[in-house]
Write a protein of this length. Sequence first.
Length: 180
Amino acid sequence: MLATLSRLQGLLGGEAALWGDDMLTLQLASASAAIENRCKRNFKKQRYTERISGYAGSKYVNLRNYPVHSVEFPSAWDYEILEDGRIYRAEGWPGGEHNIEVSYIGGYVLPGDATPEEPRTLPEPLEIACLLLTQTMLREPGIRSERVGNINVTYADAPADGRLPAAVESLILPYVGRWV
């Protein structure tokens, strides 16, 4: 998850007890998933494998789950890891559709996964976005209207374009995947 239960509890104060740890954890997980879906990538530091297309003449390939820490290619290619998931190869990449398989360690150390040996590296705006979205989901459960007599509830529609609340969008914008 992009934020910890303890940080959310601190943010909510006494209100946290009203919801309970299970509900708060569920909401944090939902907010984290919504942000990752919107950004078209995963943020957790782990091993990923992608099949990508090489384009004749291009010296760059782009991986989803940056920052990239290490890369394994099936052959002994010379390459350089650049920022934002870009891998540079002076000789260029072989052209073809989904012809390059890359296994790599990418992503950030999430707040809940941090250790003294490997401290958290997730950018603060992503954690704040997760906390803000979680608060929004707790306070606005998606009900647009309700009526007590004969019990009638109308749920709010999700935005058609898949966008999140404006404050969350502005925080995550620099991390939205541009290559996919």
